[in-house]
Design a protein around this ligand. Structure first.
Ligand code: NAD
Length: 355
């Protein structure tokens, strides 16, 4: 049997454990998995592009577990009452191929993206960072703001979105759950970025946007670029990347999907796992400008699914489902149909097949 976790189960896990503990534990699961980078069979995700969006499959495995995520990105969806990003995924046993866990990953993607941003910022942002700009105040934004507040000591978020309603929603949600976090509404990206130690861009627009331009940079700033994650969809001006030390998840995928897509093939970047391994430097000076060109890599969902499996087991959450047949005789697949008797072809179908 396979365990099914729905959106409600994820809510129950976060309710039972608390958001800070969930995000903090997720960071440690991510660090564990990024630390054993060489053990994973990795590939860039498979993307099916359409006029208004993209649907992607993100597979990865180590010697014992395999996972994949289905995820979309449709920036116009919110106008039709649907989220921009929706996801689900699966964890399977490598030895047998048996699917162990089928889970919602929409809420989970928001948490794992924020936890990944924190994992990187821990080593790459200035440790005395207290103010973060958040440009793009949609579905991902609370998770980013709260993860940086709860885990990295951000005390003020400076907010801007072209949609004032999105910013009002973010402010209301933050005031309700984290009154100690100061939320300042700004009237432009430039105003929000002024005085920020960390700049998180998490906008959704299927275009080569320049949300952050070089004139907005200040010495020591860390840019956590989350929304530029698809060919033809960027947020950072190329000179922002040129002015910074750039960290990525998995270089072959980031060259296609990240803000990095604007740069020549020999533009230098550092895969973040090297920093964890002590193989490459993180931040080297208080004045250095750093960029995390985040696109979202399958390993992050692998870590998140592992955590969900462990927490659901501990809390007794989830439902057993027969996603694949549960057979007494594995060669008797036909028996799983439990058919009383074979009947003749219905007339309409017989005619259609004969035509
Ligand atoms: N890197 C990752 O791992 C990762 C993970 C999840 C989502 N994402 C990306 O993050 C982005 C945001 O996702 P979401 O679920 O919050 O989407 P969303 O549609 O809920 O919110 C995006 C917000 O960006 C705002 N926006 C668009 N253009 C803007 C501009 N020029 N200036 C300021 N605000 C602007 C929109 O008004 C909207 O409120 C998407 O592009 C998504 O693909 C990346």
């Amino acid at each position: 049997m396979t365990t099914l976790l729905t959106t409600r189960d994820i809510g129950a896990i976060v309710g039972a454990k608390g958001l800070a503990a969930c995000l903090g534990t997720l960071v440690s699961y991510l660090e564990d998995d990024f630390s054993r980078w060489a053990e994973f069979d990795k590939s860039a995700r498979v993307a099916n592009h359409s006029r208004d969006g993209v649907i992607e499959l993100m597979p990865i495995s180590d010697a014992s577990l395999y996972s994949f995520k289905y995820v979309n990105g449709h920036p116009k969806n919110t106008r039709a009452g649907l989220p921009t990003v929706m996801a689900f995924g699966l964890l399977a046993d490598v030895d047998t191929g048996r699917p162990e866990l089928l889970s919602e990953l929409t809420l989970t993607t928001a948490m794992r993206t924020a936890a990944t941003s924190v994992m990187v910022a821990k080593r790459v942002a200035r440790p005395d960072s207290r103010v973060m700009a958040v440009i793009g105040n949609g579905a991902q934004s609370e998770f980013q703001a709260l993860a940086f507040h709860l885990l990295l000591g951000i005390e003020e978020v400076r907010l801007y979105d072209v949609d004032a309603g999105a910013t009002a929603k973010l402010v209301a949600n933050l005031r309700a759950v984290a009154p100690a976090l100061q939320a300042t509404v700004c009237s432009s990206t430039a105003e929000a970025v002024r005085g920020a130690d960390i700049v998180t861009t998490v906008t959704a627009d299927k275009t080569n946007a320049t949300i952050i331009t070089p004139d907005m940079l200040a010495p020591g700033m860390h840019v956590n670029g989350v929304g530029g994650d698809c060919p033809g969809k960027t947020e950072l001006h190329a000179d922002v990347l040129r002015a910074a030390t750039v960290f990525v998840e998995y270089e072959p995928q980031s060259r296609i999907e990240g803000d990095l897509q604007q740069m020549p093939a020999d533009f230098a970047v550092t895969e973040f796992w090297r920093v964890l391994a002590g193989d490459a430097a993180g931040r080297t000076s208080p004045e250095q400008i750093t960029v995390f060109d985040s696109v979202g890599f399958a390993l992050e969902d692998f870590s998140a699914l592992r955590l969900l499996r462990d927490l659901a087991g501990e809390l007794g959450l989830g439902r057993s489902i027969d996603l694949v047949p549960d057979l007494a005789d594995p060669k008797n697949l036909f028996g799983a149909l439990r058919m009383p008797a074979v009947t003749g072809l219905p007339e309409a179908l017989r005619v259609a097949l004969a035509a």
